[in-house]
Design a protein around this ligand. Structure first.
Ligand code: SF4
Ligand code: SF4
Length: 127
């Protein structure tokens, strides 16, 4: 590269804002439809279990907890955030969020139950 051209390139890139961010101090601006932690809306669920059947890692289990009442037990440690369950759910009872900071030292804390009573080995959560 000729020195003149090189100098122009150095100035051009040197004046640009870096594309990287200082995470975790700065947060990434995640795009729409980013596949983060799942959210379950129990009032929409009809218990068809299509989400369960289609999940490639068996990360989601739908349990009936009352008449027309269902809970979703999701193992976030098994979930690969593919959103197949979201696509499979005809009632739109499942959706993804932009929540990505899910790291845990205790694997049991990755087992969450949405929309039901707290179980001994799982943690109830609401998003
Ligand atoms: S596919 Fe949707 S409606 Fe059917 S059990 Fe799963 S969450 Fe409920
Ligand atoms: S996002 Fe994928 S892996 Fe996670 S519970 Fe849904 S279908 Fe299973």
């Amino acid at each position: 590269m000729r020195p003149g051209k090189m100098l122009r390139e150095v100035l051009r890139t040197g004046l640009k804002k870096p594309v990287t961010v200082l995470y975790p101090k700065e947060k990434l601006d995640l795009p729409e439809h980013f596949r983060g932690k799942l959210k379950f809306n129990p009032e929409k669920c009809i218990g068809c279990k299509l989400c369960m059947k289609d999940c490639p890692t068996n990360a989601i289990v739908i349990n009936q907890v009352g008449e027309k009442q269902f809970e979703a037990a999701i193992d976030l440690g098994k979930c690969i955030y593919c959103a197949q369950c979201v696509d499979s759910c005809l009632k739109k009872a499942l959706e993804y969020t932009k929540e990505v900071e899910l790291a845990q030292l205790d694997a049991q804390k990755l087992k969450v139950v949405f929309g039901a009573e707290i179980k001994s080995d799982t943690k109830k959560t609401s998003l």
